[in-house]
Design a protein around this ligand. Structure first.
Ligand code: ATP
Length: 713
């Protein structure tokens, strides 16, 4: 691959940018002008990559943060932020990325720079051949041997060049593959360790979005951003431009006055800075800053995406047909599409006239660029080779300068994506306690866990009403608690807090006499098993769907089969075409556009809701086989099962709470005939526990539980 080719692969307009804007240099917008936001701001307080990244999203004239992925305007403030980031993080990041192959990395950098000189050499060598042919034509005597020697050495040069190119590309791929692996691995590592509260934080989500864009830039899918390797190409472009300018100077030096040459070169660069000058002068023709999102457009854009996903997603398809949503989807999509395009058109009302003007001016500047060429023509001693060299070099300078302007603009954005990446690697899961606060989990004497909740309250992020209000109760180790109540009363929220999936805002929660917040969630989770209300349906084999309950025992067919047996799910497996190896069809999977090895319909098998529930219960039982498990939590585990199956499953849960050791069990159910089996029942209403006690105590109270129980009879 030649340097020019490698440049052109990056020289693709980012899909969301107007192609015209793409060809304009990065300082085209007056709102983005360095001088416009030149106020000096104290950036000393910004110490971490996160702080600087966040500051880059705040525009100086708007209180709103830029949407994640939005281009940062080139202001003095942002330039200072970028400089701080480059200073602090680049060398560490590059060292980490390319530490796998330090020698190859050095070779890659040297080769990249050497390859940028090839086009100039090529032009020079071609000029020599043209001159020789021209000379021989003019003199009338053909020296075939000389011509063949020239052609031969040109072919040999090209052959060596392509050999060098292909080895350089091979080397580059090795270095890039190792960098890609590192980036993707760290990305996965970071994701799997982040807990739900961390991931629901809007600022963290934005950070991860930009960090993902940075990771994607390594695969060439950076949507207009550059990977650190691509940034290296900026240096190559500079070298390439300089080598061509050297050729232009050497060709024209003897025939052209230096001022004429300078005029010609200026005319090459002038169209690139022209838009800025014109726009600054003409205040009535201001372009809107593309980095400031129009809320109406953003809303319409989101709506368009929602409609598109409803149209494409297999998981929505039944409802789309059931409720006859086809026309509704189409009309909503069309109106959202129109809104987005009207908004875009309003933002750039005069681009076409501007483009036309620019085209006309470009024609004029091309003529100016030709002045030295015309002067060269005038000279009787000018060779054809130098004329061709001049023309090819001047075109390369124009083309590469434009590429350079675009790449610098993209590189500027990439610095902030790099900051997001660096900051994301430093994210700490919110539920993980500080090292000095951490205590080791210890089971209660005799097994199970004791729970003491005092005045627990919790409000979901972005909600005004708390989901849990002032919840207090005590559960002794080895007891069974049934949580009952109306929809939305906070049952699952309470279970998720006890499971340490979500945190709480106020109050205290003691587990085995210690503050739950002081346990490392990873360690705590090893001592519990659960079926969540929205349990996962993995697009994987039955064996894996059950086996992930206890990864260490996943290879043990006996353990998996006994878990399936306990969940009364063995019959389901027997009816499947490939038994335990049958891949289960997850409803959610159809909605994901997944490029990879997707199993064909013949290999996969769908399950009913009740069958999925049995698989999820088997998964929980698989984990419960571990003697370290002290707590079993079941959030409506049998809601889709028939009465007999429900009773059987709860019999099994009861025996698991006694064998191989005593365990605490918490289950949420709307079946009060099942709830009455529990030692304690918590009746929840409006986020609070309104009644707490045994079935007989609550019936005797004659309150909400008694009423609910009466209704269920
Ligand atoms: N992720 C969430 N974000 C915001 N609010 C939520 C979220 N999950 C639940 N809520 C709200 O919290 C309240 C309690 O919900 P929760 O799921 O705990 O109720 P529940 O008693 O388990 O209901 P159900 O019987 O229907 O399962 C509800 O008002 C619900 O709308």
């Amino acid at each position: 691959m030649s340097p020019l080719c490698s440049t052109s692969s990056i020289y693709t307009p980012p899909s969301r940018l107007n192609p015209l804007l793409f060809y304009l240099p990065f300082w085209y917008s007056p709102q983005n002008c360095l001088l416009q936001h030149g106020k000096c701001e104290d950036l000393d307080g910004l110490n971490s990559a996160y702080d600087i990244w966040l500051a880059s999203r705040a525009s100086s004239d708007s209180k709103e943060l830029l949407v994640p992925g939005a281009m940062r305007p080139l202001t003095i403030r942002n330039a200072r932020l970028a400089y701080r980031l480059l200073q602090t993080y680049t060398s560490g990041l590059l060292k980490r990325l390319y530490s796998g192959h330090p020698n190859r990395t050095m070779f890659m950098i040297s080769a990249q720079l050497a390859r940028s000189l090839f086009p100039a050499f090529r032009g020079y060598s071609q000029a020599l051949i043209i001159d020789e042919i021209h000379l021989q034509f003019a003199s009338g005597s053909f020296k075939w041997l000389k011509l063949l020697r020239l052609a031969g050495s040109e072919l040999a040069r090209r052959y060596l060049e392509s050999l060098f190119d292909s080895y350089a590309v091979h080397n580059e791929n090795i270095v890039m593959d190792s960098a890609k692996f590192l980036v993707e691995y760290q990305q996965l590592q970071q994701r799997v360790h982040l807990d739900c509260p961390t991931l629901t934080d809007p600022s963290t989500r934005d950070l991860l979005h930009e960090s993902d864009l940075f990771a994607r830039s390594f695969n060439g899918n950076g949507f207009g951003s550059l990977s650190p390797l691509d940034v290296l190409q900026i240096c190559s472009l500079v070298v390439e431009i300089l080598s061509h300018m050297f050729l232009i100077l050497s060709v024209t030096r003897s025939y052209t006055h230096i001022y004429v040459l300078l005029l010609s070169l200026c005319s090459t660069f002038f169209p690139l800075i022209l838009p800025h000058s014109l726009l600054t002068l003409s205040s009535q023709h201001r372009l809107n800053d593309p980095s400031t999102p129009d809320p109406r457009e953003t809303h319409a854009d989101n709506k368009r995406e929602r409609m598109r996903s409803m149209a494409f997603s297999d998981s929505y398809r039944p409802e789309v047909h059931l409720f006859g949503l086809q026309d509704w989807i189409l009309s909503n999509w069309a109106s959202a599409w129109r809104t987005v395009h009207e908004s875009e058109a309003a933002q750039h009302p005069w681009q076409f006239s501007f483009a036309t003007g620019l085209t006309t001016l470009s024609g004029f500047f091309r003529t100016v660029q030709n002045v030295p060429f015309l002067l060269l023509l005038q000279s009787s001693s000018t060779s054809l080779g130098s004329l061709s060299l001049y023309r090819s070099s001047i075109h390369s300078v124009i083309y590469n300068t434009r590429s350079l302007a675009t790449m610098i603009k993209m590189a500027f954005q990439s610095v902030f994506l790099m900051a997001a990446w660096c900051a994301s690697t430093e994210l700490k899961p919110k539920l993980r306690p500080e090292h000095q606060d951490k205590i080791k989990y210890q089971s209660a004497l005799g097994g199970g866990i004791s729970i003491q909740a005092r005045h627990l309250s919790y409000t979901y992020p972005g909600c005004s009403e708390p989901a849990l209000k002032d919840v207090s109760f005590t559960l002794h180790a080895g007891e069974t608690l049934a949580i009952v109540g109306y929809n939305g009363s906070g049952k699952s929220t309470l279970a998720n807090i006890i499971l340490r999936i979500v945190d709480f805002d106020k109050g205290s929660l003691m587990v085995n006499g210690h503050d739950l917040r002081r346990y490392d969630p990873n360690e705590y989770h090893q001592h519990l098993s659960a079926v969540l209300q929205g349990f996962s349906k993995f697009n994987s084999t039955v064996k894996e769907n059950v086996g992930i309950g206890s990864v260490a025992n996943m290879a043990s067919k006996d353990t998996i089969e006994s878990a399936l047996e306990l969940a009364r799910a063995q019959g389901i497996v027997d009816s499947l075409p490939r038994g335990l190896q049958t891949i289960l069809e997850s409803p959610a999977f159809g909605s994901i556009s997944y490029v990879g090895r997707v199993p064909t319909a013949a290999q996969t098998h769908g399950l009913s809701m009740g069958e999925w529930q049995r698989i999820a219960i088997a998964r929980a039982f698989m984990r419960a086989a571990d003697a370290n498990v002290d707590l079993l939590v079941f959030d409506e585990p049998t809601s889709s099962l028939d009465a007999k199956a429900q009773s059987e499953i709860f019999d099994t849960i009861h025996s698991l709470s006694r064998y191989p050791r005593r365990r605490t069990v918490i289950f949420i159910t709307h079946q009060l005939s099942i709830a009455r089996r529990a030692d304690r029942i918590a009746m929840m209403e409006n986020g609070s526990i309104s009644e707490f006690g045994s079935h007989d105590q609550l019936v005797a109270l004659n309150g909400g539980y008694a009423a609910l129980f009466q209704q269920s009879l």
